[in-house]
Design a protein. Structure first.
Length: 166
């Protein structure tokens, strides 16, 4: 053990040499140019890394997919590593490409496009007509109940608000 330093030996023995550790600390401060100068005491100097999700433009996705489609067996892994893409991303992009191609082949409805505001206005008008019809029906039912109450009162029968005999 003659090659070990005095500080390393004292650390192994459990005895700390305060002068050795201070010397090491001073040497570190001098080497770093005393990076703690200018910072207030107790300042949080830790830098928290914020992960940022990579986003590929559509042109880049198409380029990588074209390269992947041309790969021979065994070359796909190298392509994915070179481009920094996961195989699951490649699968997702293929599904998206297929969906776009199918949508492009779908028949297109001809003629003027339906105005969504007009459809909404028609629905509101229909509901207002139905509401008016139900209000008219309710007023007729109330009129009939009032007549029934008057007839029952003339005949000596008393009815409650629902038209039931008391």
């Amino acid at each position: 053990m003659p090659n070990q330093s005095k500080a390393a030996m004292s650390a192994m023995n459990g005895t700390a040499d305060p002068l050795a550790s201070q010397g090491a600390r001073r040497a570190t401060e001098d080497a770093n140019g005393s990076a703690s100068r200018g910072l207030p005491v107790g300042a949080d100097v830790e830098v928290v890394a914020q992960a940022k999700r990579r986003q590929f433009p559509d042109a880049e996705k198409r380029r990588i997919l074209a390269l992947a489609d041309r790969c021979k067996p065994g070359e796909l892994g190298a392509l994915l590593r070179r481009e920094g893409v996961y195989s699951s991303s490649l699968s997702t992009w293929r599904r998206q490409r297929e969906a776009v191609e199918l949508a492009a082949l779908a028949p297109q409805k001809r003629g003027p496009k339906a105005d969504p505001h007009r459809a909404e206005a028609l629905q509101i008008a229909k509901l207002m007509r139905e509401n008016q019809r139900l209000e008219d029906q309710l007023s007729k039912a109330r009129l009939i109940i009032d007549v029934q109450k008057k007839v029952a009162a003339l005949m000596g029968h008393t009815l409650d608000d629902n038209g039931e005999p008391i």
